[in-house]
Structure formats: structure tokens, C-alpha cells
Ligand binder design. Structure first.
Ligand SMILES: Cc1cc2nc3c(=O)[nH]c(=O)nc-3n(C[C@H](O)[C@H](O)[C@H](O)COP(=O)(O)OP(=O)(O)OC[C@H]3O[C@@H](n4cnc5c(N)ncnc54)[C@H](O)[C@@H]3O)c2cc1C
Length: 438
């Protein structure tokens, strides 16, 4: 693509695209410069402020045990709170504690019985039979747990059939309780914390976005904002930006989604474009709600699997840090998921009405609560979907990008399910490559 009216402004040795956590971590740990398309740092880990309330772009909590990350938080000056999680599930019109497999107390007896029988007399015990995520759920938890929560929740969250998902992403995400825990959680209201985020860290000030703010403050003028890359010429080693600037580079590192970086290139081989067309993700629609009432709940967040409820997760920013809400107020962060083939409704007002009606139906809101404002926000490519095409497509695209001198990293550059600490580590690993490149 020949760009007219463009002029070469700078020449940069190590050019990074994207000032999300991965890009900023790479720049913090190396001699490099970031070009960011938006006016603020942080990508999907930024927080936004509305009328004195702070909202993250979907629930964000830090649950790493990695000392490198914890030291980094201290070095950059993020003051972290340690918060005890109070996570719940709403299914079959009933509230139970998270995780479902360890807490069926309170559910209809038929469902508890199915779950226990399926767990105790699990017929799906042959590891060789695991061909997809659905098989894996059956193997791990048995038929009852799978059928009554995990399968419908996965279908709602990912927006595709769990048979089409691989298990490459599951690792520590689904704890398998002991039989004793399963029985205790069926007979009593078990408060024991399970899983990696039973105690999590969360910034005291500025929402989760404080990590991005503090990193960007350290980087100062090593980030150029409002620099949306629209074309890359890998032969002449130039990036063209929407504002008309051209920047020459020696080495290029990108955190842009794999699908998007290919759109910036010309002459992409057809087999690579075909591989990119097979990459899929879901889209999240967020609804931010401010309420003129303190302490509407002690819960951290709630998962919703029932299909008649439009949202998949609801969280309460004031229970992450009290500084996320003004005194005397509460807030709700609602997450709605759309699969790759689902369309996002055009009429935001009717969607918000439906969300409020359902929050009242599930007793999160009271019909007399005074709502101060509602706002909505879309996250494209929220979660990369691990279907059966992903691995081979990603490998093909990576090999091609490497052959033309583009190094990709971060959650979307790697087209992975990376938590924020893993995105930061991905940036750190790239910083070592940057430092070793002449
Ligand atoms: C809904 C949701 C909930 C999550 N919850 C958690 C959680 O609880 N705990 C946790 O640890 N992690 C969580 N994560 C994951 C975490 O947010 C990510 O791992 C991390 O923020 C990804 O950082 P990144 O830099 O790789 O990508 P991004 O944040 O996407 O950064 C990429 C940057 O590139 C910029 N860019 C894009 N196109 C261009 C262009 N053409 N030119 C220039 N710049 C461009 C973007 O503006 C962006 O700033 C969650 C993610 C989501 C979506």
C-alpha cells in the first residue's frame, strides 16, 4: 500500500506496538519505544472513571503467586490490597457458593443427587477418551456437575458448543475437590476457599488500571499515544500511522491481535489469511451501573449459567477496593458474552432495561434502588476461543510473521488465554529478546 501525504518522523531501533500490560512490561525491561493507538495506556487492563466511580473492563483481580510480578508491583508503586474472595453462582434459580463442584448446598435435591452420583460413580474415567472440553468435564467431575452447571456455563461464556473446545487452556482454572469436600459442600454451607483466587490482590487506588497507570508513569515519553498503526511495510521496515506519520524501525514487536496485525500487511500468502480466518474469539458487552446506596452486597462476584438471564458474570467493584465507589454508593459491573456467530444488539437502551430487570429478578438490585447512571462498553476479542483450529492456525501465522521480522507477544499477540501476570511475563520474555538483538 503506497501512502500519500505521509512523512517519516522518526527512526526507532526497537518498536513495540501496543501499550497494554505486555507492551509496557517489555518496554519497562528493555530499551524500546511503544506506539499506542489509544490516548491512554492499559489496553483491556485499564479502568475507566464515571462520575467518581471506577470500573474495570470486565472483572480483573491479581491471583498470581509469582514473586517476580509481586516485586514488580512494589517497584512501580502499586499499593495492593489482599482481598478474601466471596464468589457465588446463580443457577436453577438458586445461589450457591463457587465453585459449583464443591458447593451444591441449597440446590434442588434432584440436582444435588445427580451431581453426587455422577461424581462418585463416574463412568468417564478413561483419559484416552478425552477429545474435547466436554469430555474433560465428564472425566473430571462426572455427568451431574457437567450437565447441571459446567456445560451450560461454558456454552454461555464461550458462545460455542463445549464439544468444539479443546482442553489446552484449562490447567488450574477448574479445581477438582476431594470427595469429602464435595459431600461437605452438599450437606452444609461450606465457606472453605477453593482455587487460585480464593485470596486475591487488587490495587487500593484507581481500580485494576492502577498497574497500567504506574507502568506508564515509569515509561514517561517512551510511549507515544494516539498512534494507530494502519500499515506495516516489512521490506522498507516502516510503520504507517493513521495521523500521517511514518516510523522506521530496526526490530518490530507487536501485541496486536494476530488477526489484526495481518490486516496491516500487504501480500499476505493466501494460506496465512485462511489460517487467520479460522481464529475465533468472543465479544464482551459490559454494563456499568452506579447506585445511590451503600453496601448492596458483600459478594465479590457471581456467575450466571441459566439461559434466561442475559449476563454471564456480575461483580461489585466496591468490594474489590472501597475506593472504586464514592462514599454512600455501590456499583455493579455486568458482563454479557457473545459467541463468534452471535450479533450484538443495536438497541442499548432496551438491553440495559433487560439487564436491570434481571438484576432485580435475581435479587442483586431492589426495585426501589436509585440508579445514578448506566453506561455500556464493548470488548472485542475478549477471550480467545480454543477450538480445534486454533493451534495449527497460530503456528502457521507465527512462522510467517517471524519470517518477515515481526515478533508477537501478549494475550492477543500469542492468541492465548493469558492472565494479566502472564501477559506481563510475556512482555518480560520479549524484553530479553530485545536486549539480545543487536
Ligand atoms: C473480560 C476480561 C477479564 C479479565 N480478567 C482478568 C483477571 O481477573 N485477572 C487477570 O490477571 N487477567 C485478567 N484478564 C486478562 C488481562 O486483561 C490480559 O492478560 C492483559 O490485560 C493483556 O494485555 P496485553 O498487553 O497482552 O493486550 P492488550 O491489553 O489488548 O494490549 C494491546 C494494546 O495494543 C493497542 N493497539 C491495538 N491495535 C493497535 C494499532 N493498530 N496500533 C497501535 N496500538 C494498537 C491496544 O489499544 C492495546 O492498548 C481479563 C481479560 C478480559 C478481557
Amino acid at each position: 500500500m503506497v501512502q500519500e501525504n505521509f512523512s517519516t518522523k522518526e527512526s526507532i531501533k526497537n518498536l513495540i506496538l501496543g501499550a497494554g500490560l505486555a507492551g509496557m512490561s517489555a518496554a519497562y525491561h528493555s530499551d524500546s519505544h511503544i506506539y499506542e493507538g489509544q490516548s491512554l495506556p492499559g489496553g483491556v487492563a485499564k479502568s475507566i472513571k464515571i462520575k467518581g466511580f471506577t470500573f474495570d473492563l470486565g472483572i480483573h483481580v491479581l491471583h498470581t503467586k509469582n514473586q517476580f510480578i509481586l516485586n514488580l508491583m512494589e517497584d512501580i508503586g502499586v499499593k495492593m490490597l489482599e482481598v478474601e474472595r466471596e464468589a457465588w453462582i446463580y443457577s436453577h434459580k438458586t445461589y450457591t457458593r463457587f465453585p459449583f463442584q464443591a458447593n451444591t448446598f441449597g440446590l434442588p435435591h434432584e440436582i444435588i443427587k445427580d451431581c453426587l452420583m455422577g461424581f462418585i460413580q463416574n463412568k468417564y474415567t478413561n483419559k484416552q477418551d478425552i477429545k474435547n472440553y466436554h469430555d474433560w468435564l465428564l472425566y473430571m467431575f462426572g455427568k451431574g456437575f457437567t450437565q447441571h452447571f459446567m456445560y451450560p456455563y461454558a456454552q454461555k461464556f464461550w458462545g460455542i458448543n463445549p464439544n468444539e473446545l479443546t482442553t489446552d487452556w484449562v490447567n488450574v482454572r477448574h479445581p477438582r475437590p476431594s470427595l469429602e469436600d464435595v459431600l461437605t459442600g452438599a450437606l452444609t454451607d461450606q465457606t472453605k476457599g477453593f482455587g487460585v483466587n480464593a485470596i486475591f490482590r487488587y490495587p487500593k487506588e484507581n481500580g485494576y488500571g492502577d498497574i497500567a497507570i504506574k507502568l506508564s508513569q515509569k515509561l514517561k515519553d517512551r510511549i507515544s499515544y494516539n498512534k494507530l498503526a494502519i500499515n506495516i511495510d516489512t521490506n522498507s521496515k516502516k510503520v504507517y500511522f493513521k495521523d500521517g506519520d511514518i516510523v522506521k524501525y530496526e526490530n518490530l514487536y507487536s501485541t496486536l491481535p494476530l488477526t489484526k496485525i495481518l490486516d496491516l500487511l500487504t501480500d499476505v500468502p493466501p494460506e496465512i489469511s485462511r489460517a487467520a480466518q479460522l481464529l475465533i474469539s468472543n465479544t464482551f458487552q459490559l454494563v456499568f451501573i452506579g447506585i445511590d446506596k451503600p453496601n448492596i452486597t458483600t459478594k465479590s462476584w457471581i456467575y450466571f449459567s441459566d439461559n434466561d438471564i442475559p449476563f454471564v458474570r456480575v461483580s461489585f467493584p466496591g468490594n474489590m477496593s472501597e475506593n472504586c465507589v464514592p462514599p454512600g454508593c455501590s456499583s455493579i459491573l455486568v458482563e454479557i458474552s457473545y459467541g463468534p456467530n452471535e450479533s450484538i444488539p443495536n438497541n442499548i437502551n432496551s438491553l440495559i432495561t433487560k439487564v436491570i430487570e434481571n438484576l432485580i429478578k435475581v435479587d442483586v438490585l431492589d426495585s426501589t434502588d436509585k440508579i445514578l447512571f448506566t453506561e455500556s462498553h464493548i470488548i472485542n476479542d475478549a477471550y480467545v476461543i480454543f477450538d480445534h483450529n486454533r493451534k495449527s492456525s497460530v503456528n502457521k501465522i507465527n512462522a510467517y510473521l517471524q519470517s518477515i521480522g515481526i515478533n508477537v507477544f501478549g494475550r492477543y499477540g500469542n492468541w492465548e488465554y493469558l492472565w494479566s501476570d502472564e501477559s506481563i511475563m510475556s512482555g518480560y520474555n520479549i524484553s530479553k529478546l530485545i536486549s539480545s538483538t543487536k
